[in-house]
Design a binder for this molecule. Structure first.
Ligand code: VG1
Ligand code: CO
Length: 543
């Protein structure tokens, strides 16, 4: 079998964002586009000869063809073994677990996560290192640098075998091992959680609805919830992965998971609802008539994780991304454990987890996870919630009410303005940046600014510094607004405005967040001149 060395030229737009490289599917399908990027990953990490890689994706359009190309390139670059999920499927947390369990040198995960799939939608690829976590900024910088001076890529002149057949085969000199994508992950979940107690819940008539959103979590949720835990068939809805996610937007939030929200707020609502995203690393938690914001979920899990066997010894600490509400910080302070604030994106949690400084991490974008893998993990969060519900015998609404009574409630919302002209979006952020020093003391929409800065992160483990991670504006009375541009979109710019206010008055804990945050929302819109600059008077998505 011949190794072909194909001459190529650099492609300018292959800079990885918050979570790998994401582009329109048709961009990835252009001649040499995927090949250049894969070769740049292989070269950027110092070569792959003799290494073992884990490969899998969320099943979106082009997943299997791309895996075929990656396998041929891996073989041509001297990779010793590729461990591939059957049918090319691996959820992001399952891929992270496989890398760790099999002591692989890293992995390639094909996903654009919560972005829609299809030939006219989005595709993505990211590299995870030997700890199972997303490549650090230093590594992605090396990969990007290589995309800019690449001159050739190597590929084997032979097609790999079927991704459907479990077991081992050869592609040139390389071993290709097709594995069950669910088995190892399900075993890990059984080690962490009290499956007997959760089964007991279901046996007692507890009802749940899990919306897999036609994405990768379907097979995992069915195996774990319906088969191993005995939840009735039909507990998992939209459970068969489809290349375009059933034409939907696999982002588990109240807007895109509206079907589930309607069920959970309808008559005869189940006790517990949950949803996951395209690649299975996000989670949405909702009780009967009770939506739990991701920031609150992180705080509650930090408070009560010890009720699950895998965390019975307590937590070393908790980390949250900067735009996530500070609810988890107060729990950490009450428990006397460390808490950390990192930039947006799971890659910033890796060092803290590896160093044993934190056990649980979370992001406002519906990502929660722990040191069991090095990615956020949707189903893990759902199982931890189930374990807590089983251990306490309380409802979601009851747990949240008690949590807010004890710690106060951080009213929270994120307003997204999508497909904004990139120049306009950059100018909006630049304008805020240049005014930061002058803002304290100024009044916008009746609210006084008490402080303003731009977040930069000094990694306490490796000393690396990440600047420009979001504009923060603090208001008198304890409110906060954060402004940043998304690093996962594929069309124009997405402006994210994160809004938060702590309420401790016991009689004011049950408001609609948009109402509770009205003054902060108005002040944030005014100070950033959103309407004037973008021409938008309302956000495209409010979560
Ligand atoms: C978004 C979220 C961020 C998350 C990232 C990847 O990034 O805000 O919290 O880590 O997506 O999640 P951005 O740059 O668009 O705000 V996933 O589930 O899409 O891999
Ligand atoms: Co995701």
């Amino acid at each position: 079998m011949t190794v072909q060395t194909i001459a190529t030229t650099p492609i300018a737009d292959q800079k990885p964002g918050t979570s790998g490289l994401r582009k329109k599917t048709r961009v990835f399908m252009q001649p040499a586009y995927l090949q250049n990027y894969v070769q740049a990953i292989f070269d950027g990490i110092g070569g792959v000869a003799g290494k073992t890689l884990v490969i899998g994706g969320d099943g979106r359009y082009y997943n299997d063809s791309a895996i075929g190309i990656i396998l041929r390139m891996a073989a041509a670059n001297g990779v010793a073994r590729c461990i591939v999920g059957q049918h090319g499927l691996l959820s992001t947390p399952a891929a992270s677990h496989l890398i760790r369990k099999r002591c692989a040198d890293g992995g390639l995960i094909l996903s654009a996560s919560h972005n829609p799939g299809g030939v006219d939608a989005d595709f993505g690829l990211k590299y995870n290192g030997p700890n199972g976590g997303p490549a650090t900024e230093a590594v992605t910088a090396q990969i990007f640098a290589r995309t800019l001076d690449i001159a050739s890529y190597r590929i084997l002149g032979a097609e790999p075998g079927s991704l459907a057949d479990l077991g081992e085969s050869r592609l040139g000199e390389m071993a290709v091992e097709i594995v069950d994508p669910v088995a190892d992950y399900a075993m890990l979940m059984e080690e962490l959680f009290d499956f007997d107690a959760i089964s007991g819940l279901f046996n007692g008539g507890f009802r749940m609805c899990f919306d897999a959103m036609h994405a990768v979590t379907g097979p995992y949720a069915r195996e774990i919830l319906e088969h191993r835990l005995g939840a009735p068939a039909g507990t998992v809805i939209n459970g068969i992965p489809s290349p375009d996610f059933g034409g939907g937007h696999p982002d588990p939030n109240p807007v895109w998971a509206k079907t589930l929200m309607d069920i959970m707020h309808g008559p005869n609502a189940p006790d517990f609802g949950a949803a996951s995203d395209g690649d299975g690393d996000r989670n949405m938690i909702v009780g009967a008539h009770c939506y739990v914001s991701p920031s609150d979920s992180l705080a509650l899990l930090t408070d009560l994780a010890h009720l699950a066997p895998g965390y019975s010894g307590g937590l070393a600490g908790v980390a949250r991304s900067m735009p996530t509400s500070s609810a988890a910080d107060r729990v950490a302070e009450a428990k006397g454990i460390a808490h950390f604030e990192t930039p947006t994106g799971w890659k910033f949690f890796g060092n803290l987890l590896d160093a044993g400084k934190v056990t649980i991490c979370g992001e406002e974008s519906a990502g929660t996870g722990s040191d069991h893998v090095r990615e956020k993990d949707g189903l893990w969060a759902v199982l931890l919630w189930l374990n807590i519900l089983a251990a306490t015998g309380k409802s979601v609404a009851q747990l949240m009410a008690e949590h807010w009574e004890r710690y106060g409630r951080n009213y929270y919302s994120r307003h997204d303005y999508e497909s904004v002209d990139i120049t306009v979006a950059n100018a909006l952020i630049d304008n805020l940046r240049t005014r930061l020093k002058r803002l304290p003391g100024q009044v916008f929409a009746g609210v006084t600014i008490s402080g303003a800065d731009e977040f930069s992160y000094d990694d306490p483990v490796d000393g690396s510094i990440s600047t420009g991670q979001g504009i923060r504006i603090y208001f008198e009375g304890g409110g906060r607004a954060v402004f940043r541009l998304s690093g996962t979109g594929t069309e124009g710019a997405t402006l994210r405005v994160y809004l938060e206010r702590l309420e401790t008055d016991p009689v004011a804990l049950a408001q609609d967040p948009q109402v509770a945050l009205a003054s902060i929302i108005a002040a944030a819109d005014t100070v950033a001149e959103i309407a004037n600059r973008t021409g938008r008077t309302t956000p495209d998505v409010i979560t």
